[in-house]
Design a protein around this ligand. Structure first.
Ligand SMILES: Nc1ncnc2c1ncn2[C@@H]1O[C@H](COP(=O)(O)OP(=O)(O)OP(=O)(O)O)[C@@H](O)[C@H]1O
Ligand SMILES: [Mg+2]
Length: 408
């Protein structure tokens, strides 16, 4: 094996080597047993620096991550560095000294010179160290950060220990990469949610407002022309429009506020069911045949909004007297269906048993948003008219988390 920086031990140093190996193994064990929590990966790396320092018997240390611009190393945490040195080290060029080499080669350097740091940074403080270990934090060969461990006296680090340091760097690099992916996911979720809110405002309130604007212009014309009858008609249209806009607004607010229930999906659905009949005149039952539901909060929110829209449609369009939500597991899929005993989908020709994706429905926002949400669950929406009359809107998606986007 030709690990760069590999240093062969002279006979008689076996004890020291064993001690080094034990320390590195301890670090690796600690790295694998603790994972960054919600507090954030950088804080965790900072805390982990203390472990690295203790177990490598270093006098000081620093952890840096590659900055967003990809050209600098940003100091995330340091221990033992005087404040003025830490302040100067806040951002360093990516190619600076031993860190730069470790980044370029994605390799541990167990015998770097801290003296070189003194020269590169004009900080004489570094000259007080006899050696430095540089451990790059890697993920699939690319370097996301580095640990510097400053040693008072130079020390021989055996090759197998260097390999252990490499594993530690890979583990920490993976934690950094996971945190980056989690941030990206969160950003995407927020963006999608905003896009959806914009769509909903556009398709409800914005249209009613545009209608009122036109009516107002006509009302003004009529008033200027002193045409009382026409003016009264447009004023009455405006009044209706305003009532509709207000109802739209209230509906939008209710939708935006109905974030996921902290007690989970089943509780959230029971929340809709309570009072549904009073609000809509449709008697609703929830038939939950799922012993267990293993979904992330995001996935629960998607299911909830799909069922919520299907139920809103039952109330608005079906003319049904009764509806039910069935939750079950079928052939490795979760199946949620909303059935009603109303008129069925007109776009399906109200044919009993008719299923599919009628063209006419593609322009409606509610069903489209349902489909978008179903896609995010790697699932699909099925719409059908029932043989006994009424309609069923079904959502099916894989039970196995691994088959769903973002699932593991
Ligand atoms: N349960 C149902 N029974 C009968 N027809 C329905 C039912 N659900 C939906 N529809 C029909 O499907 C159409 C599409 O529904 P969709 O939710 O996409 O749009 P919408 O409710 O008209 O408007 P919005 O964009 O505000 O949701 C409805 O306009 C309605 O004609
Ligand atoms: Mg709708």
């Amino acid at each position: 094996m030709s690990e760069p920086g590999l240093i062969r031990l002279a006979p008689g140093r076996a004890d020291a080597a064993a001690a080094e190996k034990l320390r590195a193994l301890q670090i690796l064990a600690e790295a694998t047993s603790s994972l960054p929590g919600d507090a954030g990966v950088e804080e965790w790396l900072g805390r982990f620096l203390a472990t690295m320092i203790r177990l490598t018997d270093a006098a000081a240390g620093a952890v840096r991550v590659v900055a967003e611009d990809g050209r600098q190393l940003r100091l995330v945490a340091s221990a033992g560095l005087p404040a003025e040195v830490a302040a100067r080290e806040k951002l360093m060029p990516l190619d600076c000294g031993a860190c730069g080499v470790a980044v370029r080669e994605a390799a541990v350097n167990p015998a770097a010179s801290a003296l070189a740091c003194a020269t590169h940074t004009s900080q004489s403080w570094f000259a007080g160290f006899g050696g430095m270990i540089v451990v790059p934090l890697t993920h699939h060969g690319s370097v996301l950060g580095v640990y510097n461990l400053f040693l008072r006296a130079p020390r021989l680090i055996p090759g197998e220990v260097v390999l252990l340091y490499r594993s530690i760097g890979e583990h920490l690099g993976m934690a950094l990469e996971n945190a980056r992916l989690a941030r990206e996911n969160l950003r995407m979720t927020v963006m999608n949610e905003r896009q959806m809110m914009a769509n909903e405002v556009h398709d409800s309130l914005a249209q009613t407002m545009a209608y009122m604007k036109m009516r107002l212009a006509l009302l003004l014309d009529a008033l200027r022309a002193d045409e009382r009858e026409r003016a009264l008609k447009y004023a009455s249209d405006l009044q209706d429009g305003l009532g509709e806009a207000y109802a739209d607004l209230r509906e939008l607010l209710a939708q935006f506020r109905s974030r996921m229930d902290p007690l989970g999906l089943v509780h959230a659905l029971q929340g809709i069911a309570a009072g549904f009949e009073d609000r809509t005149g449709v008697a609703l039952t929830i038939d939950n045949r799922l012993p267990e539901l293993d979904l992330t909060v995001d996935e629960e929110a998607n299911v909830f909004h799909i069922v919520q829209e299907a139920l809103a449609n039952v109330a608005r369009h079906s003319g049904a007297r009764r509806a039910r939500v069935v939750m079950e597991e079928r052939a490795g899929e979760y199946a949620f269906s909303v059935e009603d005993d109303g008129n069925g989908f007109f776009a399906l020709g109200s044919r009993a048993g008719a299923t599919g994706e009628p063209r006419e429905l593609r322009h409606h926002l509610g069903v489209n948003i349902m489909r978008e949400r179903a896609q995010r669950l790697a699932g699909r929406i099925e719409i059908a008219n029932l043989p006994q009359g009424g309609a069923r809107v079904g959502l099916a998606f894989p039970v196995a988390a691994a088959e769903r986007p973002g699932g593991s």
